[in-house]
Design a binder for this molecule. Structure first.
Ligand code: ATP
Length: 319
């Protein structure tokens, strides 16, 4: 093998740049040529591909976003789209590919591997929702961004005696809401994996208010409900004044934390190592601080499970 490609796909996450850098540098270290594919699978179909040198990834380890840009591409979900992508790879003489992205991107990587093109997936998403790895690249940065925001909201919540509802990202996965809630001391955490009854939440708020509690912070993952819907229900059924903050895309940006940079560097380099060893159709991950790999299809078949012990702890500490 002489030439490999690398792309980022789906939602961007802080640390993707560090992963690209690791793939490029590790490959060049092992005398491989590396090609960057711009705009994910869309760029693959379009042949938006460029050779990368050591300097191509200089000065990006500390930057959020992705130097290779990203995209969502419906066409790549079709066998014809995948074939177009493979033809482009062949045209550039690229023999193997590293795909950095979330579970959707892993589906694309799996399809390429099934069609005989050696592909390795690197988990990059702030959602932390990929089975087969304890952490995904970007989760730690997003967590720290969300904690910082909630800490600031807490100051104003205390001053005004209001109930604040903070909506964080997480369509199907509650990790970001749960970890942020636990770390920032939220009173209530609403996550997709554990349907907490709104009646119970309202009763708890009323009890807290009665015993003189000045403010409450409710963290809601976007997959459960919108912050404004939760606020409306509380205002309709209590005397409490509410305010809603939707953290939105600030959770995706920012300089990656040290943890994310190290994780991205380790996972990106591991992906190249696996390709050099002739492996394909795998995803890399980290479990108990050890680098691991699994068949992508096995990982995709499973559902990332919520840490029940942590969820229970968040409830016990917020009585
Ligand atoms: P995030 O979870 O952070 O949003 P993601 O990688 O899951 O990231 P998606 O939009 O789900 O983001 O997927 C990214 C891209 O992967 C899609 O736009 C598409 O090009 C490709 N993809 C998704 N599903 C498939 C599939 N079933 N077959 C082939 N390609 C797919």
């Amino acid at each position: 093998m002489k030439r490999i490609g690398v792309l980022t796909s789906g939602g961007d996450s802080p640390g993707m740049n560090a992963a690209i850098r690791a793939v490029v540098r590790k490959a060049i270290y092992h005398n491989l040529e590396v090609f960057g594919i711009y705009y994910g699978f869309q760029g693959l179909i379009d042949g938006n591909i460029e050779k990368m040198e050591l300097g191509s990834v200089g000065d990006i380890i500390h930057r959020g976003g992705t130097k290779l840009y990203t995209a969502r591409c419906e066409e790549f979900k079709t066998p014809e789209g995948q074939q177009k992508g493979i033809e482009q790879l062949k045209k550039f003489g690229i023999e193997a590919l590293v795909v950095i992205g979330g579970d959707g991107s892993f589906m694309g990587a799996k399809k390429l591997a099934e069609q005989g093109f050696p592909t390795i997936g690197v988990p990059g998403t702030i959602d932390n929702d990929i089975p087969g790895t304890d952490f995904t690249i970007g989760f730690d940065t997003a967590l720290n961004t969300a904690i910082d925001a909630v800490d600031k909201i807490r100051d104003t919540a205390t001053s005004h005696e209001r109930t604040y509802i903070v909506e964080v990202m997480g369509r199907d996965a509650g990790d970001l809401a749960l970890w942020t809630g636990l770390a920032a001391g939220a009173e209530t955490i609403m996550i997709p994996e554990a349907g907490e009854d709104i009646d119970e939440i309202i009763n708890r708020l009323k009890r807290g208010h009665k015993r003189g509690k000045k403010h409450s912070i409710i963290l809601v993952a976007e997959g459960v409900s919108s912050g404004s819907e939760v606020a409306q229900q509380i205002e309709d059924r209590t005397e409490l004044e509410t305010r809603v903050t939707v953290l939105g895309h600030i959770q995706r940006g920012g300089s990656p934390t040290g943890r994310d940079r190290v994780l991205a560097s380790r996972l990106g380099a591991k992906a190249v190592e696996l390709l050099l060893a002739g492996e394909a159709g795998l995803m890399v991950g980290i479990e108990n601080n050890k680098l691991v790999y699994h068949a992508i299809e096995d990982a995709l078949e499973k559902k990332a499970s919520l840490d029940q012990e942590m969820y229970q702890l968040s409830k016990e500490l917020s009585i």
